[in-house]
Design a protein. Structure first.
Length: 115
């Protein structure tokens, strides 16, 4: 009887260790940043910025575009779409769009999904 209890505890402990290490190893990551102001909104999607400096960009429900990041820093990134220049602050969750000298400020929300 004691052997069965010891074996069951060993199997459960091993299973708990396997599950713990599986949660520490992210195999897939997706980040969606949605930025809005009174007139416009846009959404960018990226996996990991360090490995692939490309984002998916969608503004006001238009078609989804894949754009390269022109400048990537620790807490911010910059990219261009048509004649607009975008700068996102990942720490403050804000974005600035510059178009022909006009500046538009957005408030953003970040959703992370890891599997």
């Amino acid at each position: 009887m004691l052997k069965h209890i010891f074996l069951s505890l060993t199997v459960l402990s091993g299973l708990a260790l396997v599950l713990f290490f599986m949660t520490q190893n992210t195999r897939f990551e997706s980040n969606v940043m949605t930025c809005k102001n009174t007139k416009n909104n846009f959404k960018i999607t990226y996996a990991q910025l360090k490995t692939k400096p490309i984002i998916s960009f969608e503004k006001n429900g238009q078609t989804l575009k894949r754009l390269p990041i022109s400048n990537l820093e620790e807490n911010s990134l910059q990219f261009e779409n048509q004649s607009s220049n975008y700068k996102l602050d990942m720490e403050k969750l804000s974005a600035i769009e510059t178009l022909n000298g006009e500046t538009v400020i957005y408030e953003c929300e970040l959703e992370k999904f890891k599997m």
